[in-house]
Structures are given as structure tokens and as C-alpha cells.
Design a protein around this ligand. Structure first.
Ligand code: TTP
Ligand code: MG
Length: 242
């Protein structure tokens, strides 16, 4: 189907402009609708860089990134934005109301759609508790909300756009373990036919992923389910034990 949301990285190598050595080497994987693919690896391994190639923040030096079989450099950017939502590692809130911030990717969204997204993102109660609800002001950079609240608002913002593909870059790290678990369970229900790629630090966030990619120094060194990797991957075992 044309709008399925199949993501494929095919032998992707990438270096930042002006840099000598690549930060990603020969990356290949496929993520299909209904699947959750997790990416784990130490700081600087290239996780954020890997995600950035799908929405074309950068283009690879070699290889291809495909969305539903089409190389992303042949799609127009508006089309990519409609299909792919990236929740960045440092989620940004701008000065305006919570409603403005949530409607950033879909200006015509109704209040009900915003509340539905907040419910999934576990942000419903803290927004409801504010005197002005969706009309509450966010200060520049979102300094008047906590890190965990900011993450939940940015996840809700992505949900509002109802994309085919979700990219979560360490989006659950500021949440306590219980909220993280509730959020992911709710996410799984509402995004069950979407493609989900999660970068995570915490093992508990990704144990149920269909496939985990272990990234080390820009390469996928191991891949498999949590159980498989516990058996086969020394790098994964190290991360689990750390
Ligand atoms: P990242 O892709 O940012 O590594 P990461 O996301 O795995 O790390 P973390 O867990 O801390 O979020 O960086 C990989 C390499 O690329 C690293 O050496 C820094 C470099 N880099 C740049 O040169 N420019 C950039 O804009 C970014 C994001 C990274
Ligand atoms: Mg990162």
C-alpha cells in the first residue's frame, strides 16, 4: 500500500558535512507497520544521527533511506512530514499556549484531538490541572514545565499529526519508570498499525521491541529480540548490566 509506512535503510553510510570519518557505516534494517524497532548504544554511537536521515535533516553519503520503497530524496518534504513524526532528543516548546504547541504540526486539529493525544502521552492530568487548560501559556523554551512534562507534550504533538512512522529519540528518559510503562502501553494501543522506531537508554523501555539494533561506533554490531541478545550479544549484555 502506498501509505503503509515501511522504512528501509540500505547500506547507509553518513558523515557530517566537513567531517573526515563517517558517524554511520553500512547501516541496513527494515521497520514495518505494526513493528517497534529499538536502537540502543552508548553515547555518541550515532543513534540521533541515524534517525535524522529519515526526515532528511541530513542525507547519507552512500546507500539509501527508503519510505514505502521510495528513496526519501525523491519525496517532497511536505510528504515526509505528513508521514513521519520525529520527537527529538531535546524536545522544543515555543512561547505560546499549550494548544499552540500541540497544534504545531496540524493547525486544524480540534481540542478533542489534542486531549486524545495528551491522554495517550500521559499529559492529560497535568494540563487539566492547570487553570487555563490548553490555553495555559508556555514560556520561551518551555522553561515553566518540567523535563518530563515537556517530553510528554512533544510526544502528544507528534500523536496529533497521526503519522505512519514515529521516531522517538530518547523520548522517555525524563519519565519515571511507571509513567514510561503506562505511556508505552497506551502508545502501543493507539499506534498499533504504525511503524515505531525508539532510541532508548533504559532497557525496560525496549524489552518488548520486535527487534533491537545494537549500535556501536556507527555500526550495527548485533540485532535481535531482548531474549536473543541476552544470549548472543556481549555489547548488549554490557548495556543491560550498566
Ligand atoms: P549522535 O548521533 O548524536 O550519537 P547518539 O545519539 O548515539 O548519542 P547520545 O546517546 O549521547 O544521544 O552522535 C554521533 C557522533 O556524531 C558524535 O561523535 C557526535 C557527532 N555529531 C556531529 O558531529 N554533529 C551533530 O549534529 C550530531 C547530532 C552528532
Ligand atoms: Mg542522541
Amino acid at each position: 500500500a502506498a501509505l503503509a509506512g515501511v522504512v528501509e535503510y540500505r547500506n547507509v553510510t553518513f558523515a557530517y558535512p566537513g567531517a573526515e570519518s563517517p558517524v554511520l557505516s553500512n547501516i541496513s534494517f527494515t521497520a514495518r507497520p505494526g513493528q517497534t524497532i529499538a536502537i540502543i548504544g552508548s553515547t555518541g554511537a550515532g543513534k540521533t544521527s541515524l534517525l535524522s536521515l529519515l526526515p532528511r535533516l541530513y542525507d547519507p553519503a552512500e546507500g539509501q533511506v527508503l519510505l514505502d520503497g521510495v528513496p526519501v530524496d525523491r519525496l517532497d518534504r511536505a510528504e515526509i512530514t505528513r508521514r513521519v513524526a520525529l520527537v527529538p532528543q531535546r524536545p522544543y516548546l515555543f512561547s505560546g499556549t499549550i494548544g499552540h504547541n500541540l497544534r504545531f504540526g496540524k493547525t486544524e486539529a480540534t481540542d478533542q484531538e489534542l486531549w486524545d493525544a495528551l491522554l495517550v502521552a500521559q499529559g492529560e492530568s497535568f494540563v487539566r490541572e492547570k487553570k487555563n487548560g490548553l490555553d495555559s501559556r508556555i514560556s520561551q523554551g518551555g522553561t515553566n514545565v518540567s523535563g518530563g512534562q515537556r517530553q510528554r507534550l512533544c510526544i502528544a504533538r507528534a500523536l496529533v499529526t497521526k503519522p505512519r512512522v514515529y521516531l522517538f529519540d530518547d523520548s522517555f528518559s525524563a519519565l519515571d519508570v511507571a509513567t514510561d510503562a503506562r505511556l508505552r502501553a497506551a502508545l502501543k494501543r493507539t499506534t498499533s498499525d504504525a511503524t515505531v522506531i525508539i532510541v532508548a537508554q533504559r532497557i525496560s523501555t525496549i524489552t518488548e521491541a520486535d527487534q533491537i539494533l545494537v549500535l556501536d561506533n556507527g555500526r550495527i554490531v548485533d540485532r535481535g529480540t531482548h531474549e536473543e541478545l541476552l544470549e548472543t550479544s556481549p555489547t548488549y549484555q554490557e548495556i543491560v548490566e550498566s
